[in-house]
Design a protein around this ligand. Structure first.
Ligand SMILES: Cc1cc2nc3c(=O)[nH]c(=O)nc-3n(C[C@H](O)[C@H](O)[C@H](O)COP(=O)(O)O)c2cc1C
Length: 434
């Protein structure tokens, strides 16, 4: 646990950027730790934890909004960054999430009005007592490493005092951005002040703030050497050029966007978040490249994918999700008096599709050299609706949802058989859409 933050290259926390697809992309390219975007404590406290077995993720949801989605592959590398000004809330988040993330970090560097007015982010730099209280409480309750991310203070002596206080709380490491609270990206990063801090503490320091000078992977190592920090974290450069983490060299914009879209589709990222990252990678090409213009004009993820020739990837994952969520809704079949039965419905518009369940079953039987299915239907006296049973290879299947006519009763029975035979994925993608 003590080496968790040592000697690492990290993706810095970035609101909108640091979500599942970009984190996974950064790891694929060589980042060793990935910070989430800052998430405010109460948002996580109000969220609902859901194990998403379709995507292979653990999700924290507020209604349908995905507050945080953690993929299996990042489980050991993900640092949850929270915005907080309150020890009780921070510990509440820790207790709720520490089984799902690798480490927890407190944002003490954000200068945005939203953070400052809420007493969070960089506002904490002028409240050392409050910081001490929050971090001590976190460390006391943690089974995972705790860290925080700060900026240099207005005088090096104040920074020195502050980081010694940080170390005394028992945290494992801290990140430090070499710009003061009122300085902006155009101002120089104070490398010498970061270096001074490194000499003052024993815990790993994660240097930050040099994206404007990082043009290739070797510049990351130079930043580490210049600051003498154990680790470094990269923000803006990794958003514009995620492959900056690749030791073998950066990739082209097309390759990065293509790799990003693969992950955005796989992890069902929302339209706004997907577009945001693609636009950051595009940078100045948004207006000049026709695919950039198409991305800007896109109104949903499929249109963004179309712009980059990735429509097939979008459709593949969309159909995968549909199939599996339908499967889950349908549940397992039950044996009722020797008939495999499920609560399966069958919207009439599916009859218009080229491949119906009956057709697929016939093909299946022909391939297996078994007799084609036998259907029997009966009309219920109570409501004049129909129930169908299909027999294949000595086994019977039926739905316990009645149908308005014989045709539909047969089709729905065939669908139950398809589910029972485990050949559901042979129904075409457009079938699931209906
Ligand atoms: C779009 C964007 C969002 C950011 N969001 C966060 C955040 O959620 N938490 C945080 O501590 N810093 C945030 N930052 C600051 C970065 O983590 C980093 O400290 C800053 O960009 C300087 O590092 P760089 O030069 O490598 O970009 C954000 C920066 C950008 C550009």
């Amino acid at each position: 646990m003590s080496d968790f933050y040592a000697n690492k290259i990290a993706l810095a926390p970035m609101v909108k950027g640091g979500r599942t697809p970009l984190r996974l992309l950064a790891l694929k390219y060589g980042a060793e730790l990935v910070y989430t975007e800052e998430i405010v404590d109460v948002k996580l406290l109000h969220s609902r934890r859901v194990v998403n077995d379709i995507l292979g993720t653990v999700d924290y949801l507020n209604n349908t909004e995905v507050v945080l989605r953690i993929a299996k592959e990042e489980r050991e590398k993900i640092v949850l960054q929270i915005g907080t000004n309150n020890a009780e809330n921070a510990v509440g988040v820790l207790k709720k999430l520490q089984g799902d993330v690798a480490a927890l970090d407190v944002n003490m560097g954000c200068p945005k009005p939203f953070s400052i007015s809420g007493g969070m982010g960089a506002a904490l730099l002028s409240k050392p007592e409050s910081v001490k209280h929050i971090l001590t409480a976190l460390v006391a309750n943690a089974t995972i490493p705790i860290s925080c991310k700060i900026r240099v203070l207005d005088e090096p002596s104040k920074t020195a005092e502050f980081v010694k206080m940080l170390e005394s709380t028992g945290i494992q490491a801290f990140g430090i951005h070499g710009r003061r609270r009122d300085e902006r990206p155009g101002d120089d990063n104070r490398i010498s002040e970061i270096k001074e801090v490194v000499g003052l503490v024993k815990i790993p320091v994660i240097a930050n703030g040099n994206s404007y000078l990082i043009k290739e992977n070797a510049d990351i190592e130079k930043f580490r050497t210049d600051t003498t920090a154990s680790s470094v974290m990269i923000g803006r450069k990794a958003l514009q050029n995620p492959s900056i983490f690749r030791k073998e060299g950066v990739l082209t914009m097309e390759e990065e966007i293509s790799d990003f879209l693969d992950l955005a589709c796989q992890y069902d990222e929302s339209y706004t978040q997907t577009k945001y990252v693609v636009q950051r990678i595009l940078g100045g090409q948004q207006e000049f490249d026709p695919r950039g213009r198409a991305t800007v004009a896109a109104v949903n993820v499929i249109e963004i994918c179309q712009a980059w020739g990735k429509e097939d990837v979008y459709i593949k994952w969309r159909d995968y999700r549909r199939r599996h969520s339908l499967k889950r809704k349908e549940g397992p079949l039950e044996d009722v008096d020797g008939i495999q039965t499920g609560a399966i419905t069958f919207p009439a518009k599916r009859l218009k599709l080229k491949i119906t369940p009956k057709l697929l079953l016939n093909t299946y039987c022909d391939e297996k050299y078994i007799a084609r299915p036998k259907y029997s239907t009966s009309k219920r006296d109570s409501d004049h609706r129909f129930e169908g049973v299909v027999e294949i290879d000595g086994k019977k299947y039926s739905s316990n949802v009645s149908q308005p006519n014989i045709k539909m009763a047969e089709q729905v029975a065939a669908l139950v058989a398809i589910i029972g035979l485990g050949i559901r994925e042979r129904l075409p993608g457009d079938w699931e859409e209906q």
